[in-house]
Design a protein around this ligand. Sequence first.
Ligand SMILES: [Zn+2]
Length: 459
Amino acid sequence: MQTSIIKNGLIVTPTGVVKADLAIKAGKIAAIGDLSGSAEEVIDAKGQLVLPGMVDAHVHINEPGRGNWEDYHTGSQALAAGGTTSMVVMPLNALPARTTAAEFNRHRAIAEGRSYIDFALYGGLVPGNQPAIAPMAQAGAAGFKAFMATTGSDEPGDFHNVDDYDLYRGMQAIAKTGLRLSLHAENAVLTDRLAEDEIAHQHTDVQAYIDSRPPMVEVEAVRRALYLAKQTGCKLHFVHLSTGEAVREVHRAQLAGQDVTCETCLHYLTLNTVDFKQIGPLAKCSPVLRTPEVQADLWREVQAGHVNAVTSDHSPAPAEMKANPSNNIFEVWGGISGAQNNLDIFYDVAVKSGRLNLQQFVQLTAAGPAQLFGLKNKGQLRVGADADIALLDPDQSYTLQASDLFYKNPISAYVGRKINCRVTRTILRGKTIFELGRGFDEQPTGRFLRNQQVTEADK
Ligand SMILES: [Zn+2]
């Protein structure tokens, strides 16, 4: 007897889109085809897309230490409601940050009882913690993350950016683990001092923030990191690239034989400088949102297949940190809350608009990010893989309200946006964890995912 069967859906597999049924047994996909056997549970997916659950490779959860920003319970519920079944959690903005094996194991234990979706954890590279790199790899880190831009917090235990020396030493240590180093690539000196110039001239509006982080600060940092990685043999991943020019630098290095990958985020593909001026502080992030021209260039690189993943960079904060009482955008927390709507908005702007086909869409939202971080059996609807599934109704539309959001702080740059599709059900390892109108499964069942170092044969 089959445990569950999803009938009549349009299934997006790695090789094509098929109108078929999908059977689930013991949490795995058991069969795809015209299935007639009995099942304990039959889910009718008529008119719906059956997608691999999103693998969001860039999420900030602030627990422990800042659970009032976002904790594993609220963050993972929001992601589940949006059709995400696995997340890779950044090592910063929790307090203390995840930069030792002891903290790594402590964070893992917290998430294990509280996350509704499966999760992998980054370890952090910060000044002086090279000796902690190998132990964190051993503890199961998905990869490592470092900041080339200034993180700006003086709180004890908070995450600090690396200078070129620490980056170089860190790359040497990480190269030995075989894991990827993911970089926030922006030139720290340039961004800091360009911002000082703006503030010195009393320019503290949205345009001043845009002017303080021009595309060249990203491109320069990408080029420098690529060169250092080449010297050390360290595998790289660039998070949240915001310019086509930076993606082309990565692509050129790939063609020259370097093991380097990159992601962009939903907000760089959907929001630009014009939107930033309309939305205000809720749309402040770094790198900053780009002009429509730079955004169009980034889209071309995505369409060309030069980007490995589209992530949310869900970076939550309490509402008061996203307010701007002194009319100084530089004092506002930089980060966009958006993980709950990654899949539906991206489907809307990518597939519905005709920019990408469904194969490209699932590659960017699921298969690509799963491959990057060695999440075996994730991100693909194929027999034998984990039955991690999102049902998406391409014919429903809704306008996002704050009351729809499950974040700890129900704020988002996307509130008020009309979205022309809707996630109706999310299934994790065969079990429905969210259903539109019914809500969440009672108990969180998310599991820790280790980087299983996907080999060439698995790709
Ligand atoms: Zn981030």
